[in-house]
Design a protein around this ligand. Structure first.
Ligand code: MRU
Length: 355
């Protein structure tokens, strides 16, 4: 469903090439990442973002690092730099650890790393396809229960193919529903301060011809009270063993509003998003703190087509910029995973994913 674009690929020279997501929706540009430092910088400055894609880039980051080292011991230092480039999305640590484990006995680091990174990404793409099918089945069920033909889905931030290859997580069921001929309409939360909803999700949905409306972050509760949201689907950056979900800041407030209005609240995730070492997500998941400038400045395009950043606050007022929040499991209707729908609950998660 992602059509003519993909979030990342190996180019003809065998270097990683990515869509520069900081340029969207104003221009489509790609970047070739040739060194570990460039990979780390691209994750930090959000040239690439979204939990799954960060993991995918990290896997190719290890491959890139292999071109710069002579031994596995040297590779460990580079791996650490990649592992620490952002703190909340566990897919990053998962991908680095998995690659390093697979490469332990390797006698040809570059060749093996390339093969393992491609395999890891192929698995993620397959998981995304399964999430699409299970999620679209839920959409069909909700329409049947309500005896409706059109579904209104609210999503927060960007959890489409720009965030997880190949179809995304939260948007994957939406793309599949459209393929099944369902009339889907998406409420797109803008997600201040970086506006990943307004700039990325809206762009993605436009590419795929999915009917959508951008709303200010604060509009969701109002729409739910008026019966204009049939379900919420978000992605996640980390899910703890007890089913608490870390996702883009503001997700928690959407979940509270959904709970209060009996709107089903689903979270779509691949297996790599679980962190079984964290027992209580609300207390333990590390939350990224980003620059206050992201809150104080807005980026946009002027009437001459020039992209500009403008200050929207008193220059000296302090701001604080948490990237994520944690939604407690009790507010979540279900986790849409590649193995089917699972309750956000310790026992069920253990049985399905560790048993
Ligand atoms: O800061 P970002 O843009 O990397 O955050 C992205 C999100 O919060 C997504 O909703 C999340 O990664 C889920 S999709 C894998």
């Amino acid at each position: 469903m992602q059509g003519k674009y993909r979030a990342l690929w190996l180019n003809d020279e065998n270097f990683l090439e990515v869509i520069d997501q900081t340029k969207l929706p104003f221009s489509y540009e790609t970047k070739v990442l040739k060194t570990t430092d460039e990979i780390v910088e691209a994750i930090k400055d959000m040239t690439v973002r979204g939990a799954g894609v960060i993991g995918s880039v990290a896997a190719f980051g290890i491959y890139t690092a292999c071109m710069e080292v002579k031994s596995y011991e040297e590779l460990k230092e580079k791996a650490l730099l990649i592992r620490e480039s952002r703190p909340t999305a566990v897919n990053l640590m998962w991908a680095v650890d998995k690659m390093m484990e697979l490469l332990k006995e390797s006698s040809n680091l570059i060749l093996d790393a390339k093969k393992y990174a491609i395999e890891l990404n192929d698995e993620e793409a397959l998981e995304s396809q399964n999430i699409a099918k299970y999620g679209a089945d839920i959409i069909e069920d909700i329409l049947k229960q309500k005896n409706k033909t059109r579904i209104n889905i609210l999503t927060h931030c960007n959890a489409g193919w720009l965030a997880v290859i190949d179809e995304g997580t939260a948007l994957a069921p939406i793309y599949e529903a459209k393929k099944r001929g369902i009339d889907v309409h998406v409420w797109v939360d803008e997600t201040r301060p970086r506006n990943q909803g307004a700039s990325l999700t809206a762009w993605e949905l436009t590419q795929s011809g999915v009917n959508h409306t951008i709303i200010a972050d604060n509009t969701g509760g109002h729409l739910m009270q008026r019966g204009e949201v049939d379900m919420v689907i978000t992605g996640a950056d980390r899910v703890s063993a007890n089913g608490d979900v870390a996702n883009k800041i503001g997700t928690y407030l959407k979940a509270l509003a959904a709970f209060d209005n009996d709107v089903p609240f689903y979270v779509a995730i691949p297996a790599s998003t679980f962190d079984f070492d964290i027992k209580d997500g609300v207390k333990e998941i590390p939350i990224e703190l980003r620059s206050e400038d992201e809150v104080k400045y807005m980026r946009g395009v002027d009437s001459d087509g020039v992209v500009r950043e403008v200050l929207i606050t008193p220059k000296d007022s302090p701001a604080i910029n948490y990237g994520f929040d944690v939604t407690p499991a009790r507010l979540i209707t279900g986790l849409i995973t590649d193995k089917g729908v699972c309750k956000a609950d310790l026992e069920e998660i253990e049985k399905k994913f560790r048993g």
